[in-house]
Design a protein around this ligand. Sequence first.
Ligand code: GUN
Length: 283
Amino acid sequence: MIISGKELAKEVKENIARKVASYKIEYGREPNLCVILVGDDPASAGYVRSKGKAAEAVGFSHTEINLPADITEHQLIDRIKELNDDDSVDGILVQLPLPKHIRKHRIIEAIDPNKDVDGFHAKNVDALWHRIPGIRACTPKGIIKLLDKAGVEIAGKHAVVIGRSNIVGFPVAKLLLDRNATVTIAHSHTEDLGQITRQADILVVAIGQPKLIKGDMVKEGAAVIDVGISRDPETGKICGDVDFDEVEPKAGVITPVPGGVGPMTIACLMENTLDCYTRKMQW
Ligand code: GUN
């Protein structure tokens, strides 16, 4: 079974849109998301546009702030501080990656943790680690929703996560662990990856290597979540970290690329923005 992230994202966004309509009457304004793009990398610009479109679709107001690639770290932090202090802004997101002269962690830590819709701020990561309320990163949250939607049992299962980034690998492993899966985290230095992946009931691949996971690396009936998105070096077509044609016949459920995890990341970003807004309004 192919799990459509597109369809589930649509459901999540429709649910948000319904809530926004009633909150707007109750609180006098809609949620407001602010997205900062530094430089003009076409892929990042594309993601920022998709986030703006999703915000519009659910009834949020949104602002896209385009800053030059040669902006200093200091100037960028000052801009973020202005948004932190602006009561009409509920969510702030700085699109990654950033130019090399800007230290990513300095920028992430400058964002008010209550407006950190990405869930990347140390305070939100701390909340995830301690299992206390906080903003959870969008892609990991979306992956759990996809597994739940597909009816995949998580508790007691062996989940293998390939990748250990702060954006996906680490937090998704923690969320799976909190749902009582037994979790193995593998990465680019793991020897004999296939020997590990073949044990997985749930396999999450977030390593950014096109078609790394072949059919013989997957257990029959496994739930396979493909977070990768790149271009097949042979055909130039968009593909994931999983060789879909080889793995799909063996998998119990699998996410496609595109149309799997990607739309869920954006839907969860909308959910996080709504949460930041309601927390502020209900304070
Ligand atoms: N670049 C790639 N993924 C993400 C994400 O989830 N958030 C931000 N801010 N930048 C990204």
